[in-house]
Design a protein around this ligand. Structure first.
Ligand SMILES: *[C@@H]1O[C@H](CO)[C@@H](O)[C@H](O)[C@H]1NC(C)=O
Ligand SMILES: *[C@@H]1O[C@H](CO)[C@@H](O)[C@H](O)[C@H]1NC(C)=O
Ligand SMILES: *[C@@H]1O[C@H](CO)[C@@H](O)[C@H](O)[C@H]1NC(C)=O
Ligand SMILES: *[C@@H]1O[C@H](CO)[C@@H](O)[C@H](O)[C@H]1NC(C)=O
Length: 139
């Protein structure tokens, strides 16, 4: 009896994690690519029905999405290191510290307000962005 009560929640968790991964992966774009990273860091973007990128994750959904891919949400230090190794995006992503960043090497007005470095956006946790995930075995 005890064993059943202990195993059931675990089984449900595993099933739901797998189904999230199965259903969502076709609607996701990963930069620099699926199973790829720069210094372990990748940007995960949701795609709408027309396959166009769409900011879709609030702060807690962002964290959960990385978990569903078997990864963790990246920290500021991890994205900073990836930036120093050449990671540059034109989209904001949530990081572990509950704000969004855009890593910029070249300042251009249409990406990150023409700034370079790790450009922060201290938005409400309800705001939707992409997410930076971290793969520690891919570092
Ligand atoms: C990513 O790696 C996993 C596990 O090795 C594999 O099952 C999956 O097909 C890979 N995905 C892509 C898009 O290459
Ligand atoms: C994590 O990195 C390892 C090693 O590079 C790679 O084999 C694996 O596919 C990566 N996983 C994801 C989900 O990107
Ligand atoms: C963007 O930044 C660059 C370098 O910091 C500067 O030279 C340029 O004038 C800026 N452009 C705009 C449109 O603000
Ligand atoms: C994020 O979205 C989830 C799912 O829609 C929702 O349950 C949660 O309350 C939202 N969190 C915030 C901070 O808006």
């Amino acid at each position: 009896m005890n064993i059943i009560w202990l195993c059931l929640p675990a089984a449900l968790l595993i099933t739901s994690a797998l189904s999230v991964q199965m259903t969502d992966i076709r609607n996701l774009r990963v930069f620099p690519g699926f199973n790829q990273s720069i210094a372990g860091v990748m940007l995960v973007t949701s795609l709408n029905e027309l396959n166009q990128p769409k900011y879709a994750f609030n702060a807690s959904e962002a964290r959960r999405l990385c978990w569903s891919l078997g990864l963790n949400i990246a920290s500021k230090a991890q994205v900073q290191k990836a930036l120093s190794r050449g990671l540059e995006t034109c989209r904001f992503g949530w990081i572990d510290e509950h704000f969004a960043v855009i890593p910029r090497i070249n300042p251009i007005p249409s990406c990150g307000r023409n700034k370079s470095g790790l450009v922060p956006w201290r938005a409400s946790v309800k705001q939707k962005f992409d997410v930076f995930c971290f793969n520690e075995t891919g570092e």
